[in-house]
Design a protein around this ligand. Structure first.
Ligand SMILES: CC(C)(COP(=O)(O)OP(=O)(O)OC[C@H]1O[C@@H](n2cnc3c(N)ncnc32)[C@H](O)[C@@H]1OP(=O)(O)O)[C@@H](O)C(=O)NCCC(=O)NCCS
Length: 241
């Protein structure tokens, strides 16, 4: 089997990313709570990841990394997106997250397009707005409790999302997408951080991340209990503490 390709995503990859994320997150307990009717309305679930992928690719502070493998489609070999990591830089900007006119203009355009489309699109019925609001509160609290010092964001690369399509798991793709973030942290002289799902935890620990604590979210899982969110950090050995 040929080796997977790893590269930074562009807007041309949005569709492939959206399909990969929706497939990879279909059985995830957090997305299950936020999108309880995602299996009945898979197009809405893909639509969410499409909007998210476009916004992150056009965000100056985020680098979207993808992995592709060759697959056969109608007798032709094409590259399929089978993995994705969204890494966000907090604290000091890095050369890779510098302001660009292309991203600034693109993001205004896409914002306007989404607003215009929202007038004509049917109402979203697959997600749970109460669970999403509660998750947003959880995110703010996690951010404040773990990743702030003296009122400032810690200087770090933070993994927002990691997803590998079920057809390409256990081939080292998730691990490599994590390493590529750690390499950025080494280059920029900062740490790396993330909040893990139960499935992601072994991948992160195998790449040197340590659990700092576990935050119990207000969002409830399928068993009606709060979903635990382990908080992990990769500590850069070059930093004197
Ligand atoms: C978690 C996920 C990204 C892992 O991707 P992957 O490409 O299969 O990961 P890798 O092949 O790089 O695995 C690296 C190591 O992590 C561990 N690991 C990965 N998946 C594992 C699993 N299901 N159970 C136990 N260990 C696992 C193993 O140590 C593995 O090394 P090995 O295959 O040599 O034993 C993928 O399963 C996924 O997308 N899951 C659904 C979404 C999700 O949970 N994302 C994480 C959000 S925080």
């Amino acid at each position: 089997m040929s080796d997977p390709i790893f590269r930074v995503a562009t807007l041309a990859d949005v569709e492939g990313i959206a399909e990969c994320c929706a497939e990879a997150m279909m059985e995830d307990s957090l997305f299950g709570a936020l999108w309880p009717r995602r299996k009945e309305y898979p197009d809405q679930f893909i639509g969410y990841f499409r909007r998210r992928a476009r916004a992150r690719i056009l965000d100056h502070n985020v680098v979207t990394l993808i992995s592709e493998i060759p697959v056969q489609e109608n007798g032709t070999e094409v590259l399929k997106v089978v993995g994705l990591a969204q890494w966000q830089k907090f604290g000091k900007p890095s050369a890779e997250t510098a302001w660009s006119v292309y991203k600034a203009a693109g993001s205004s355009l896409v914002g306007f397009q989404d607003w215009a489309y929202s007038w004509f699109q049917p109402k979203e019925t697959a997600s749970d707005p109460v669970a999403i609001a509660s998750f947003m509160e959880d995110c703010t609290e996690m951010e404040r409790n773990f990743w702030f010092r003296d009122g400032k964001e810690l200087d770090r690369w933070h993994l927002q999302l990691l997803a590998v399509h079920s057809m390409a798991r256990r081939r080292g793709i998730g691990g490599r997408l994590v390493e590529l973030g750690v390499e950025r942290a080494k280059r920029d002289g900062c740490d790396a951080s993330l909040e893990a799902s139960p499935m992601g935890l072994p991948v992160y620990q195998s790449k040197g991340f340590e659990v700092l604590d576990t935050f119990m979210m207000k969002v409830k899982g399928p068993d009606g209990e709060p979903i635990p969110s382990p908080m992990l950090q990769w500590k850069n050995p070059d930093i004197r503490r």
